[in-house]
Ligand binder design. Structure first.
Ligand code: ZN
Ligand code: ZN
Length: 590
């Protein structure tokens, strides 16, 4: 019996508005989603010239009989949706049936499909059906799309954007592979393998296929739940970062979604662990009762609305923060050969580079492409176990280390039985002071110190007005501050935690921050004050530091909540393990 129904015209109009095939990426997306809907366990995507010349998608899904294969090319045929009501209860990924005629209308297309009985071949060109024949075929579907957009003016445009197209397709297929670790995905371009997953359900292995061994070693498993949500997945050590948010990957009930609120919650958890314009790699799968979510049915969007969003954000934030707080996060200098990796990457791109020498797009592609295929020698079970290990929160996260000297008037060299450590004296002092100021303000530890000589601050009228409006913030912090004549305030006492060697400078900095802040969020305010003061008030690079001061600095650093990064997210400490040193000096054979 035929599975494809011809859609009600009312419904098809609603869909048509959002259904535009204008990029090779759209074609890949529609066809891959058809394959997933057809319950494929293996999906192979083969591109020639980023798909502009040819896209071949092969799956082992349920396939179609002859009647369905032909009907699939009539506009508005769908195997899933019959009424407008169905549109709002979508549990499949795509709008099956609508995409195929659209793709066929702008290409030369061959459909080979079999439901396990008889195979059917349909040949299409520019939307016209050239032939329908029978053939021998295993169960599944193979769609070949050649000369995409050959009959439209957009074709030329895509010749210029090959790198961007390939980067987008790669990113999409990567996400589907992460979303469906049970499905085997293969992606090739001009014969080069860009992704090849196992399809056996191991998420960490898919991460390894996409990001490589070095990243995979730095992934940590997390899992948590509350009354409504269950979250599981992997997060990266803060030292592994990407220049954009593309690697914050979230799935809801197995479906890839992009949600700014969730991304914000993840980024917030890494606050001060990574620099402000860097992002970790996070792959999270969220399970929730569908009643609590509202999927935006627009086919090109992947957004979702959650009820009880706050509890979900809190759950994610708490879990990631706690995990990060349990780990020793000293980046280790490793003598791997970056040069080799680079050459390998160039090899991968060579066929494209030779055909089309367009440089900007190449850079864009390299920036986004993580698909270097590596030999895998990882013990995945061991890795997962290691990342699940709970750590005693009372033990300092940096082992006892002993200073041996200072290099370049900036870097403190230390050692212990495990290796050599290098501490950036400014970054370390900044972290210590940041936590000190932040905690004092957060806990309102308002020990007050009187000033021997009150400090007068005269301000321009506009700033005077702004400060006057928010004066309670200053008094809440423990300042005794009052108006004192025209455009002037006098400060008679201050909170005790202010650095006593630069009180006036610190007060002026705080006043500036009060003036600059339009809307007031106390948490953000004290954060900003702490970071600004910590940076200004800490020892700098090239400042002289005595060995006694160094001992104190190291002790204080070891006792901070996060000793590994300064409040700007830069490392405070790096290490060379004894083993790495032995390797570098050829004392050990790798
Ligand atoms: Zn600084
Ligand atoms: Zn810093």
């Amino acid at each position: 019996m035929s599975k494809i129904e011809v859609m009600d015209i009312n419904l098809s109009n609603k869909i048509a508005a959002g259904e535009v095939i204008e990029k090779t990426m759209n074609v890949v997306k529609e066809l891959v989603e058809n394959s997933i809907d057809a319950e494929a366990t293996s999906i192979k995507v083969e591109l020639t010239d980023s798909g502009v010349k040819e896209i071949i998608i092969t799956d082992d899904g349920t396939g179609m009989d002859k009647e369905d294969a032909v009907k699939a090319f009539s506009r508005h045929a769908t195997s899933k949706l019959k009424s407008v009501d169905d549109l709002f209860n979508i549990d499949s990924l795509g709008f099956r049936g609508e995409a195929l005629p659209s793709i066929a209308s702008v290409s030369n297309l061959t459909l080979k499909t079999s439901n396990g009985e008889v195979g059917t071949v349909v040949e299409m060109s520019g939307g016209e059906m050239l032939s329908v024949s029978s053939c021998d075929l295993n169960r599944g579907t193979k769609i070949t799309v050649r000369d995409l957009f050959f009959n439209t003016p957009v074709r030329l445009k895509y010749l210029k954007n090959l790198y961007v197209e390939l980067a987008n397709i790669t990113e999409y297929v990567n996400k589907m592979a992460l979303s469906y670790p049970n499905i085997k995905f293969v992606l090739t371009n001009n014969g080069k393998v860009l992704l090849n997953t196992e399809g056996k359900g191991n998420l960490l292995k898919v991460i390894n296929n996409i990001y490589g061994v070095e990243v995979t070693k730095k992934m940590i498993k997390i899992g948590c739940s509350n009354d409504d949500y269950t979250v599981s997945g992997f997060i990266s050590y803060p030292e592994v970062t990407k220049p954009n948010r593309n690697s914050l990957i979230t799935f809801v009930n197995g479906r890839y979604i992009k949600n700014n609120e969730l991304n914000k919650a993840i980024i917030e958890s890494y606050h001060t662990y990574v620099p402000i314009d860097k992002y970790p790699i996070v792959v999270l799968s969220i399970e929730v009762d569908p009643i609590l979510i509202d999927i935006n049915v627009h086919p090109t969007k992947m957004d979702i609305k959650f009820s009880k969003m706050d509890t979900l954000k809190e759950l994610i934030n708490d879990t990631i923060s706690r995990k990060l707080e349990s780990l020793t996060l000293i980046p280790e200098v490793i003598s791997n050969n970056k040069q080799e990796e680079f050459i390998e990457k160039r090899e991968l791109l060579k066929p494209i580079i030779e055909n089309y020498s367009i440089n900007e797009e190449k850079d864009e592609y390299e920036k986004n492409n993580y698909n270097i295929i590596e030999e895998t020698t990882l013990d995945f079970e061991e890795l997962e176990k290691k990342s699940e290990k709970e750590i005693d929160y009372n033990i300092p996260r940096i082992k006892k280390i002993y200073p041996v000297g200072i290099a370049l008037s900036t870097y403190i060299i230390c050692e212990n039985e495990d290796g050599i450590y290098i501490i950036d004296q400014h970054a370390a002092a900044e972290r210590i002071n940041y936590e000190k100021y932040f905690n004092a303000m957060k806990n309102h530890t308002n020990n007050i110190m009187d000033l021997l000589i009150p400090i007068k601050v005269e301000l321009p009228t506009d700033e005077y007005i702004l400060l006057k409006r928010n004066i309670n913030i200053m008094t809440d912090m423990g300042f005794n501050i009052e108006e004192f004549g025209i455009n002037t305030f006098v400060i008679r006492s201050h909170p005790a935690w202010l650095p006593n060697y630069a009180i006036e400078e610190a007060i002026r900095k705080i006043i500036n921050i009060v003036i600059e802040n339009e809307s007031f969020d106390y948490g953000k305010f004290i954060e900003k004050v702490s970071i600004t003061l910590a940076c200004k008030m800490s020892i700098k690079a090239n400042d002289y530091v005595s060995m006694d001061d160094i001992e104190i600095l190291i002790d204080n650093l070891r006792n901070t909540k996060n000793p590994f990064t300064c409040p700007h997210g830069r490392p405070t400490i790096i290490s060379y393990s004894k083993y790495e040193l032995e390797k570098l000096f050829k004392r050990a054979i790798n």
